[in-house]
Design a protein around this ligand. Structure first.
Ligand code: M6R
Length: 609
């Protein structure tokens, strides 16, 4: 995730301090770095692709002049990790410099308008439009102060942003603003600071002011002034003392990255609704034309593929084959051909098994499509078209927020394909799109209302020797994912099956008190699933059900239950239903004394076959 930082110092030059502060934001993950300062009416910029230390070794980031500046660590979303796409971005005149964290949804439209007005763009980023838009606003109405030009310009932006802007027109100020991306101010003895996150300035000052959505801040040598973007009115807000250690601050007060990332899902899901339409369209066109489609991935990403096979089938009537990447060459290596299409799904874009499957398919002239979280990864380079799922870096080894984001992107693809193929009515489409848009709030509700309950359930089952996870239809994928999470971080041996399969063998394991987790959305399989619950109960199993809040029937049968809001369409159900299972694995790991962020024997990205 991008990191921004800015400072105005009373004493000393800004660049070395910005450099040091960006180092403290490294944990957010990044691929490029840059700094801009102002001195004697001129803006100076140094930036490049690469790690801070490497870029500094070549460019010497510290020798930029001036006591005011902004800096950025970039995590690519629009445009590859290249020097030209690194921030800060400037306008045509080089008198405005901007750093940005977030996604400008309407950047293509804005870019076209600005290009038609004569603006010259150099990068592929969404951020560059902000610099040109401010320039255009200030040129059109020269009576506006620079601050008011920024305020007016950002009213034209759709999407998420935390920005910091400097200009030679008001060289003693930094203007920052926030909408749905984090922004915090610091107030110290020697200056004022703005940053994506408190660790950036924590060693300098522990006095912080959190900026809210829809607010703009003017930093100046005399302090800070907060205004509402909608009506320019002033907002009074006093600093708070941050008593976190630097380590706590990096995790925003959470004890582990995994729980921080589980809590981030409302935000990351919102970001998946801001994908570039163009790429969704292109991929759905390729899928529509394909003779056969393989959905290829490993681990959690495979579970997203399994769920997607139900989405594509149910919404777009497209049969697809989810395949474990590690099995692809053996299973399909001889038959994959020029008419085959591979949709490879990999959070890291670097998983060796997934890339081996892709290479095999590519050698046999198949079309490769990609879905990944890391722009610039190998998968993005070998794919004909790819989508970046925009979840931000995931630090916990166990995939959580990236799983629900993958599901959201795959659901959007299935919907598009369905529309393209004329398999869905407008009413149905509108209904599902509305439900998809509402999912971030649904997940927010689950985390807020069910976490404590899951914590208690984990206490109850902490000594369980084994777990079953069962679901039907698309919930089979959710069951598999629940099992993987529990096994990999809490080290509880677990089994997952389509619920209908249990009576063909696994049920023989059941004895008194055996914990069985049922994934119970109120979908077409609900009634049959109830029969499966009865079968398990009859043999003494302890039933833990993940249910919709109005599902009184299953609640009565279950020993314990966790609720998700009602009315989730079947094809979207793995997103909310996965969340209690992530929490269960997390709290079981804690109960059993394990660090959920760094499970033994596992790596975040598995780059060996
Ligand atoms: O980066 P990828 O999505 O390709 O990674 C695939 C698996 O290695 C990954 O999902 C793994 O199973 C995680 N430990 C799941 O939490």
């Amino acid at each position: 995730m991008c990191g921004i930082f800015g400072c105005i110092l009373k004493d000393g030059t800004a660049a070395p301090l910005i450099h040091a502060s960006l180092k403290r934001l490294e944990y957010r993950g990044y691929d490029s770095v840059g700094i801009a300062t102002i001195n004697n009416g001129e803006i100076y910029v140094k930036k490049d692709q690469g790690k801070i230390d490497d870029v500094h070794r070549i460019l010497n980031l510290d020798d930029l002049p001036g006591n005011i500046g902004i800096g950025h660590t970039r995590w690519a979303t629009h445009g590859a990790p290249l020097k030209v796409n690194a921030h800060p971005h400037t306008d045509c005149t080089g008198q405005i410099a901007v750093v940005h964290n977030g996604i400008i949804e309407n950047y293509s439209e804005l870019k076209l308008e600005l290009e038609n007005s004569g603006h010259k763009f150099v990068s592929k980023t969404d951020t560059e439009v902000i610099a040109h838009l401010i320039e255009e606003t200030a040129t059109k109405d020269p009576s506006l102060s620079f601050t008011d030009a920024v305020l007016t310009a950002i009213k034209g932006l759709d999407g998420s942003y935390a920005i910091a802007v400097i200009s030679t027109r008001e060289p003693d100020k930094i203007i920052c603003a926030r909408n749905e991306s984090p922004l915090v101010l610091g107030v110290g003895e020697n200056g004022v600071y703005c940053a994506s996150d408190t660790p950036a300035f924590l060693p300098i000052t522990n006095k912080a002011i959190f900026v809210n959505d829809g607010e703009l801040v003017i930093l100046s040598p005399t302090g800070y002034e907060i205004r509402k973007v909608c009506d320019s009115s002033s907002v009074a807000r006093e600093p708070k003392i941050i008593d976190w250690t630097p380590e706590m601050a990096v995790k925003q007060g959470y004890p582990y990255f995994m729980i921080k990332e589980i809590h981030e899902q409302p935000l990351t899901l919102r970001n998946t609704l801001r994908l570039q339409e163009h790429y969704l369209d292109l991929i759905s066109t390729f899928l529509d034309r394909a003779n056969e489609v393989f959905l290829v991935a490993c681990g959690t990403s495979y579970h997203a593929c399994l769920a997607a096979s139900y989405m594509f089938s149910k919404l777009a009537f497209l049969p697809t084959y989810p395949v474990y990447a590690s099995e692809f060459v053996e299973q399909h290596g001889k038959s994959v051909n020029i008419d085959s299409t591979i949709l490879a799904v990999s959070q890291s874009g670097e998983t060796a098994d997934t890339l081996a499957a892709v290479t095999c398919a590519q050698q046999r002239a198949a079309t490769i499509l990609g879905l990944t979280n890391v722009i610039g990864s190998t998968l993005t380079r070998v794919s004909r078209v790819y989508i970046g799922q925009q979840s931000g870096p995931e630090i916990g080894v166990a995939a959580t927020k990236t799983f629900t984001s993958q599901l959201s992107v795959l659901a959007q693809l299935a919907l598009r394909l369905s529309k393209k193929r004329g398999k869905i009515s407008q009413d149905e489409m509108d209904y599902l799109e509305e439900k998809l848009e509402h999912l971030p709030d649904v997940v927010d509700t689950i985390v807020k209302t069910q976490e404590e309950k899951v914590k208690q359930i984990a206490k109850k089952y902490k000594d369980a020797k084994i777990f079953f996870f069962l679901g039907r239809g698309i919930s089979t994928a959710t069951a598999y994912e629940g099992r993987l999470k529990l096994m990999e971080i809490a080290y509880v041996p677990s089994i997952a099956f389509p619920a209908g399969e249990s009576k063909h063998g696994p049920i023989s394991l059941i004895e008194q008190g055996f914990p069985v987790v049922f994934i119970c959305p109120k979908d077409g399989a609900h009634r049959t699933l109830i029969s499966n619950i009865m079968e398990m109960k009859a043999r003494g199993a302890s039933i833990l059900a993940i249910v919709e809040e109005d599902d009184e029937e299953v609640k009565k049968l279950a020993d314990d239950y966790v609720e998700v809001p009602k009315g989730i369409p079947e094809v979207l159900s793995p997103i909310p239903f996965a969340v209690p299972l992530q929490l269960l694995a997390y709290y079981m790991a804690l109960e059993r004394g394990h660090n959920p962020d760094t499970p033994r024997n596992l790596a975040k990205s598995v780059t060996v076959k």
